[in-house]
Design a protein around this ligand. Sequence first.
Ligand code: NAD
Ligand code: UDX
Length: 480
Amino acid sequence: MVKICCIGAGYVGGPTMAVIALKCPSIEVAVVDISVPRISAWNSDQLPIYEPGLDEVVKQCRGKNLFFSTDVEKHVFEADIVFVSVNTPTKTRGLGAGKAADLTYWESAARMIADVSKSDKIVVEKSTVPVKTAEAIEKILTHNSKGINYQILSNPEFLAEGTAIKDLFNPDRVLIGGRQSPEGLKAIQALKDVYAHWVPEENIITTNLWSAELSKLAANAFLAQRISSVNAMSALCEATGADVTEVSYAVGKDTRIGPKFLNASVGFGGSCFQKDILNLVYICECNGLPEVAEYWKQVIKVNDYQKSRFVNRIVSSMFNTVANKKVAILGFAFKKDTGDTRETPAIDVCKGLLGDKAQLSIYDPQVTEDQIQRDLSMNKFDWDHPLHLQPMSPTTVKKVHTVWDAYEATKDAHAVCILTEWDEFKTLDFQRIYDQMQKPAFVFDGRNVVDGNKLRDIGFIVYAIGKPLDAWLKDMPAVA
Ligand code: NAD
Ligand code: UDX
């Protein structure tokens, strides 16, 4: 029986390995992590992440050929294939701080593999890493190899949160990069055989190591660039009376462009896009390509601009101050169908409003009060560096309330901000909400999920990203 071990039981390691276990009953899969609470949660009925369809997959395989454990060394020792799916956050200190990937967790995993291994292993980069990381990993492993043969493969993950199981069942492609030597090609084939249990052969792409590593950063940069492009257009739409939904539709009808990923929003979030583009920028700078670095940096700048533009619009519309006004925040996760808040635009929007002394009442169907308070107390990039976490600031505690119901959040509020596109927000009773709000009552739709005209008929003043402005908003132009 082939044995797989995955180091890192997070948003990628957990779902990916669960699907491998489901699709490959002949393979034994162990997912290991240094975090005891995370592993306990994977072994319980309350999985550590919310992901549609994940519970069913885990329930079918757990205890049969899928195991979650903190005994990292034992499972690495036993495995033929070791996936490394640890976090690779942005460095917050030292050389490259604010841009470069922090490979501390990766390096410590690699050193541990070198320490405990007694047989040949295929080591698979599942984490998103800077191009050329495999070379560094090879050095760490072979310097301590004790005669063991390691083959390093790059097999980046393309799943998106909220649709992880669907994406894993039916991936657009699986990418495997490896050394082009006979041993490297043999390792590529071994990993290909795993995916071939359910992925059609033509969807499994094999490349050299550096192409695979770079393709992951490139794919995320291209995806994020589309959002920043449409968001940049949304600002121009507001200035001219064009409607960004109509523009996106017309643009996306061009088969060379395509209709997906053209939804204007308050900004993209999530643990990947910003981190990976900053990493790409850093790699370009290190390779003497400042113009290329500058090009990609602009994707992040437009994203930051979009978030601050949204906050400015709220404040300027409400007579230039939100001090002591209750603002209801509907949605805190970075997208629907996940409880993940990493780099969610809601953090910057809430911090912006708190900066203007607003009182926030936040409702998200999947995000806990603790998580929200932590997110609003943290410095940029600190979320993935547990050692840097600050205690909650007393101001945040006082000004932010988390509630478990959209109607509770909007009671006596001056404004409603929709920051995540949860389906349930589309069917809220906005008449009821209007009746219990202060007047004038505002809706700021950061995800274009509600019908602005219906809301205007009720009496709301409505702002929606990239849509023609109400007369009220035109009279109170936001300063970008
Ligand atoms: P995560 O933070 O959810 O999970 C990483 C896990 O690794 C944590 O549970 C942590 O405790 C564990 N870990 C860290 N060091 C360890 C060590 N030495 N030994 C054992 N466990 C260790 O991160 P994630 O979202 O799963 O992302 C993992 C990687 O995959 C990152 O490089 C990310 O960029 C990439 N990625 C993420 C997504 C996504 O949607 N989240 C998608 C594609 C790729
Ligand atoms: C992304 C990539 O899509 C995935 O391939 C990669 O493996 C990890 O990073 P993820 O961050 O989980 O996945 O979600 P994604 O669907 O890409 O959304 C990212 C952000 O962009 C979210 O905040 C989302 O709301 C926003 N977005 C997405 C838009 O604002 N407009 C769009 O049209 C699409």
